[in-house]
Design a protein. Structure first.
Length: 208
């Protein structure tokens, strides 16, 4: 039932220029320092967040394993953004002051990915994840249901914005509940703040 509602919302959104992921970009930027040395965006899709990070960061690496989205991202690449087509887990060791990962963590093996993120985050650096989860509790279902009218309102309000192409990136259904996620994240990123969010998403913040 909820999947049908989400699909209906996606169709409504596609008729208007809006993405559940891009909705969180401004919030993500507020969690990051105003001036960043190097940033990494994991699963960057067509690069909307990387382009926003480029206004803050000296240099941005934006990685996605899908050649089609990277080809599209490269058509609008600021000089300080390096779009890389690769599996993020194959990237060479490096250090980043800010790392972001929007709607992509559930595409990755969770523990190896989080371990790699922790290794790559510079001391004092910030990791911000917006992810998808499987609803399991009554509270989850209430939030998921509340997202439907909110989606229609926000989508209607965004109706005259510039169209986004972010929704063309490959998608996958999540397989982890919030409780499972918390259990698996805590040993790797102790003290990470995980919060349920609107639009079928959660946020995770961890400061190294
Ligand atoms: C749902 S899309 C989200 C794209 C973008 N972050 C956004 O907010 O619109 C998930 C992206 O993660 C990418 N991805 C999946 N597994 C990956 C991996 N192992 N390494 C790099 N990118 C990956 C997919 O190709 C896809 O573009």
């Amino acid at each position: 039932m909820i999947n049908e509602l989400v699909a209906a919302c996606d169709r409504f959104n596609q008729a208007r220029p809006w993405s559940h992921n891009n909705h969180y970009h401004r919030w993500i930027l507020r969690q990051l320092p105003t001036s960043i040395d190097t940033a990494l965006d994991v699963g960057c899709g067509t690069g909307d967040l990387a382009r926003r990070l480029a206004h803050r960061a000296t240099s941005v690496v934006a990685v996605d394993r899908d050649p089609t989205v990277i080809a599209h991202a490269l058509t609008h690449a600021p000089t300080n953004v390096r779009f890389v087509q690769a599996d993020v887990l194959d990237l060479p060791e490096d250090r980043y002051q800010a790392m972001t990962c929007v709607a992509a963590l559930h595409h990755l093996p969770l523990a190896p990915a989080l371990t790699r993120f922790r290794q790559w985050l510079a001391p004092g650096g910030t990791l911000v994840v917006i992810g998808l989860y499987v609803p399991a509790t009554i509270v989850d279902h209430v939030w998921q249901a509340a997202a439907v009218p909110s989606n229609l309102l926000v989508s209607w309000a965004h109706g005259h914005d510039t169209p986004t192409v972010a929704m063309t990136a490959p998608v996958r259904q999540p397989t982890t509940t919030l409780a499972q996620l918390r259990t698996q994240v805590e040993p790797i990123l102790p003290g990470a703040q995980i919060r349920r969010r609107l639009f079928w998403r959660y946020s995770l913040i961890w400061r190294a």
